[in-house]
Design a protein around this ligand. Structure first.
Ligand SMILES: *[C@@H]1O[C@H](CO)[C@@H](O)[C@H](O)[C@H]1NC(C)=O
Length: 363
């Protein structure tokens, strides 16, 4: 009997040990293969925590900013690091969302793309401004910036949350700052400038709409005698997914003169209407574009083309490879299997092999 109890105890200990062991690479949890587009960018390495005085100024100089932006950056300790985080966040999310599209959001060709008015340009503007808004709001609540703190909206719930030491993500500050930083005051006559501003605002709005109020109960055994609430941003993946949907439904626009107001504005052909005479303004949530995109099949100044891209045979090979066909390659992958707990106290596994087939687009 005693031996049994002892065994049970040891088994529990073992379980605990297993829980404490370093987890397998995160990729395994999400069924990722490790070949996904979520790569890091060496030129935008993680921020070093040396943001003191001079070091901060230097960080600002490393970023490609306008004069006014540089001035704002220098005035705001913590901003340069946050901007860099935001750039990386935006790129990673873009590459994740476009991992199985012909245009995979690679950095090649980005400069040329940003000069045009494609749907892809629209997505880049929106995802970048969303990432900036998100990162700034997070940085405020995490105390990484000197000039802003938690969400300090004057509503009562929020102040209570403050007392409990719960910090809301400061979206109000980040939105205000971002508009100043991007210099959106003057709305140009130029169609492209309007389109860029519109798409930038779509990104900001996507973050704002994802704001959730989270509450927590306090009191004797969850009686919820006191409830504190705070505002929390949704994970950036959710915002990325939303923007990708908006990209799929992006609206083509042109410039029209509004006679009543006397200045030009964006217009799209009226949806759900066969009459071409009627125009409608695009909705504030629509991504808008002015030019049809190239196919991205072949190398161009916008992308490297799709030769060599991996695709899934049941899924997107036909469209990804643009009808050129694909190569099939199989290789063996090894993984741990038939794992058994050995007495006492380790796990023994065998190495199993499995054939994996990879499809990739022909030249
Ligand atoms: C995008 O596709 C190109 C080939 O067209 C490839 O070289 C590149 O690594 C891909 N980029 C990402 C981030 O997946």
């Amino acid at each position: 009997m005693r031996a049994a109890v002892c065994r049970l105890f040891l088994l529990l200990l073992l379980l605990l040990l297993l829980l404490l062991l370093p987890p397998p690479p995160a990729a395994a949890y999400f069924g990722l293969t490790g070949k996904e587009a979520l790569t890091h960018f060496p030129s935008l390495g993680t921020s070093t925590n040396s943001a003191q005085g001079k070091a901060h100024m230097k960080q600002c100089d490393l970023l490609k900013l306008s004069r006014k932006q540089k001035r704002l950056c220098r005035r705001e300790p913590g901003l340069a690091e946050t901007l860099r985080d935001a750039i990386r966040l935006g790129i990673m999310e873009c590459q994740f969302q476009f991992r199985s599209e012909r245009w995979n959001c690679s950095l090649e060709g980005r400069t040329s793309l940003l000069k045009r008015g494609f749907k892809e340009t629209a997505f880049l503007y929106a995802v970048s401004s969303a990432a900036l808004t998100h990162s700034l709001a997070r940085a405020c609540s995490a105390g990484r910036m000197e000039r802003c703190t938690c969400d300090d909206s004057p509503d009562l719930e929020n102040r209570k949350a403050w007392q409990w030491g719960v910090c809301g993500d400061n979206l109000k500050y980040s939105t205000k700052f971002l508009k100043k930083f991007l210099g959106q005051k003057r709305i140009g006559k130029d169609l492209r400038a309007k389109v860029d501003i519109h798409n930038t605002n779509v990104g900001i709005k996507a973050v704002k709409n994802g704001l959730k109020t989270t509450c927590k109960c306090h009191g004797v055994s969850g009686s919820c005698a006191v409830r504190t609430c705070w505002k929390q941003l949704s994970p950036f993946h959710e915002i990325g997914r939303l923007l990708k949907l908006r990209y799929d439904d992006a609206v083509k626009v042109f410039s029209t003169t509004n006679d009543a107001v006397g200045h030009s504005e964006l217009a799209s052909p009226q949806r759900h209407s066969h009459s071409t005479k009627h125009h409608a303004s695009p909705r504030a949530t629509d991504l808008v574009y002015v030019e049809d995109s190239p196919s991205f099949c072949r190398p161009s100044k916008y992308s490297l083309g799709t030769a060599g891209r991996t695709c899934s045979r049941e899924g997107n090979c036909d469209s990804m490879c643009c009808g050129r066909g694909y190569n099939t390659q199989s290789h063996l992958v090894t993984f741990s299997c038939h794992c058994q707990v050995q007495w006492c106290c380790y796990v023994e596994c065998q190495q199993c092999m499995q054939e994996e087939v990879v499809y990739s687009c022909k030249q």
